[in-house]
Design a protein around this ligand. Structure first.
Ligand code: FES
Length: 119
């Protein structure tokens, strides 16, 4: 659960979206936030941030409740579909995937880029 004192996501002057302070996603952690009504999960794995759709395409579980796996995948908490965090591809069900988003850290903040048609 996100600390209620954490600011809600907002659009920055550069068009990217503030998601959370960097300190909210430490190594091995994953959070989800609604960014412009898009459910976005952000995880840190082996020092690298990943941003991907937080809604499992199977039955809609929040992937931030899932299990980060050593090989860079996240397993959904409900029925264990597993997704590559870097590509969004499901490793178990052919054709299933979640979107991935560009993510950066800027001055201690995690920011993501959403395409105009992400919704
Ligand atoms: S809801 Fe995610 S695997 Fe079923």
């Amino acid at each position: 659960m996100t600390d209620p004192r954490t600011p809600s996501p907002y659009e920055r002057d550069d068009g990217r979206w503030f998601v959370a302070p960097s300190t909210l996603v430490l190594e091995g952690e994953v959070i989800s936030r609604r960014v412009r009504d898009v459910p976005v999960a952000v995880a840190r794995h082996r020092g690298r941030l990943h941003a991907f759709g937080a809604l499992c395409p199977h039955q809609g579980s929040d992937l931030a409740d899932g299990i980060l796996e050593p090989e860079g995948t996240i397993a959904c908490a409900w029925h264990l579909w597993s997704f590559e965090m870097s590509t969004g591809r499901c490793t178990m069900i052919e054709g299933a995937s979640v979107p991935v988003f560009e993510v950066d850290e800027v001055d201690g903040d995690i920011v993501v880029t959403l395409a105009a048609d992400d919704a």
